[in-house]
Design a protein around this ligand. Structure first.
Ligand code: RIB
Length: 312
């Protein structure tokens, strides 16, 4: 089973040729609302790949909350662990997407900021050896730490996405309960104060993570630690919207582990899912299912596109 413990948002997305400069007004090329939030996105991707998936988090008692819950159910995510806050609104993310797919995101936490003891209790009732737990940092970091700690003690595999990195409070051994820490390259550099990615990954290992997987977007990914992988190039695709590509990567990695694949194979599934996600607009609505990822990997293999045969 995969459990995602984290944020649930409604994304308000504005497309533009380029983001405006300070004090500048520009005209959008289109907009959409669609369900997002790193916790919810990762749960959707895991479920789309066939893993039994539970989401633990909080929404507001409002229309956005009802919409995102309906969407999650349609994706077969178990929302039994999602609480409805009687006061705070559902989290919202304001997202600017430029031509070429790059995004900038501002999150308004709303109910996500109130995730705490009640959700930890729900999580505690679900944890058991073999569970894969997905964590991100759009809920209070103290709660993320406690969830990782309890899960580690209970024999779960803990995957932490340190995003947004500004929420992470670095102390010695902070990642000691984390099996897989998965920053993107910007987060790896910001957290460690170096632009040398290998050095950054080494520093993050030194903070306790057993494996660090650095996601490099269209440049690929590499892993160091208990599981090691040299730089694996990304699959070449035409990007439309990079929103939630990292969530797709993590959700697919978790689902693959849960379905019994080794970390090396899980890494390829994660990269394939992330690559497909950037070819479509939006967050959850852009995530591929098992059939699509399998077809993509097989097609790339036929083309000889860098996928070693033994990896699928
Ligand atoms: O990682 C992408 C997500 O970040 C968006 O869906 C948005 O809601 C923010 O949480």
């Amino acid at each position: 089973m995969v459990i995602s413990f984290g944020s649930i948002n409604m994304d308000l997305v504005v497309r533009c040729e380029r983001v405006p400069d300070q004090g500048e007004t520009i005209v959008s090329t289109g907009w959409l609302t669609n369900p997002g939030g790193k916790g919810a996105n990762q749960a959707v991707q895991a479920a789309r790949l066939g893993a039994e998936t539970v989401l633990v988090g909080r929404v507001g008692s409002d229309a956005f909350g009802r919409d995102v819950m309906n969407g999650l159910s349609a994706y077969r995510v178990d929302i039994g662990g999602v609480m409805v806050d009687p006061v705070l609104p559902t989290g919202v993310a304001c997202i600017l997407v430029e031509r070429g797919g790059e995004n900038r995101i501002v999150v308004v936490p709303g109910a996500n900021g109130a995730v705490g003891a009640a959700e930890l209790k729900t999580l505690d009732g679900l944890l058991q050896p073999g569970v894969v737990l997905l964590l991100q940092c759009e809920i209070p970091f103290a709660v993320v730490r406690e969830a990782a700690h309890v899960a580690h003690l209970r024999g779960a595999t803990v995957i932490l996405d340190p995003s947004p990195w500004g929420s992470v409070i670095l102390t010695p051994g902070i990642f000691g309960d984390v099996d897989y820490l998965m920053p993107n390259e910007g987060e790896a550099c910001a957290l460690t104060g170096t632009s040398d990615l290998k050095e950054a990954a080494g520093i993050l290992l030194g903070l306790g993570a057993r494996t660090v997987i650095v996601k490099r977007g269209d440049k690929g990914a590499f892993a160091v630690g208990a599981f090691e992988s040299p730089e694996v190039p990304a699959f070449s695709v035409v990007p439309v919207d990079t929103t939630a590509a990292g969530d797709s990567f993590q959700g697919a990695f978790a689902a693959s582990l849960d379905l019994g694949f080794d970390p090396g194979t899980a890494l390829y599934w994660a990269m394939a899912a992330g690559a497909l996600t950037v070819t479509r607009p939006g967050a959850q609505q852009s995530m591929p299912d098992e059939v699509e990822v399998t077809a993509f990997l097989e097609a790339r293999l036929r083309k000889g596109d860098r996928l070693p045969k033994q990896q699928i």
